[in-house]
Design a protein around this ligand. Sequence first.
Ligand SMILES: Cc1cc2nc3c(=O)[nH]c(=O)nc-3n(C[C@H](O)[C@H](O)[C@H](O)COP(=O)(O)O)c2cc1C
Length: 194
Amino acid sequence: MDILYLSGSPRKKSNTDYLLMQMLSETAGEFIKISDYWIEPCGSCWKCLKLGRCIIDDDMSNELMPRLLKADALILGSPVYFNNVSSQMKAFIDRTWCLKGKLRNKIGGAVVVGRNDGAEGAITAIHAFFLKHDMIPANRGVHGYAYATQEIEEDPEAMESAKKLSARILELGKIIETGSVPATRKQYISGKEC
Ligand SMILES: Cc1cc2nc3c(=O)[nH]c(=O)nc-3n(C[C@H](O)[C@H](O)[C@H](O)COP(=O)(O)O)c2cc1C
């Protein structure tokens, strides 16, 4: 399975990057730091509706969009900024408007890190991205508590929940690949484990 980890944190030694890298070590995949790329904001020109592609000539159109289309799972990680995702992540999300219908049934994972407040807003923004694209959100997402760089290492619950998200992504990948639901779920559906 081709898993793409996208971080919306602009800083070095970022807490968000740390959690995403932890997950990547368990699932394999590719890590992309959005701030390393030139991404213009969506100009709402609506030309994509006619042309089927974005007319902006930047790294988002030329490099990231083709990469997104190839991936089986997109894990979006962002620091919490004013109860939402970072502006880098928001610009990235908005620019995928022209890909409507093309990310369908890819698996989505949400990871956010904030100091103390507003994580729900950031998770909701990422899940809205998944749902707008008819993607499959793997679970309710990971919320880490951290302020200074690398502080996330002292949040064992975030690590634990990142592990659960990794496992769930692999599980969904297998279900999609094989077209078969694991036995425990089948038993549940048939009422044997209710
Ligand atoms: C512009 C800005 C806005 C922020 N807003 C919030 C916020 O609303 N809630 C919160 O808990 N933390 C907020 N923070 C703190 C960051 O979420 C926190 O430092 C986080 O660890 C950053 O993640 P990173 O290391 O991956 O960049 C804000 C930080 C910045 C720079």
